[in-house]
Ligand binder design. Sequence first.
Ligand code: FES
Length: 114
Amino acid sequence: MAIKWEKIYDFNLHGNEPQQIHSVRTIEVNEKRICLARLPEGYFAIDDRCPHAGARLGMGKCDNHGNVICPVHRYRYDVKTGKGLQGDFVNTYPTETRKDGVYIGFKKNWWWPF
Ligand code: FES
């Protein structure tokens, strides 16, 4: 399945360090809210909506093990796999850091061909 890449950070515009390591934030791409985490090994993207009760994961924190901590009831989700420590999941999205910036990938499918 093809992937459409969207630039989320432009290094010319945002600088080479647009987000601190071990931080999370909510970004909006293609009318979708994404929780973007930065770890020492790179950027990771998961759905922003917590599957427990809908809180915004990007408003939470990142622990030293690469988990985002939900700001409401403190459930934890691995930002690399989307797996919750409680056994549930959030969707993950591929990211790439290129020379000019950071990109997030969305799978193209028949109902969203562009
Ligand atoms: S809303 Fe996220 S843990 Fe409850």
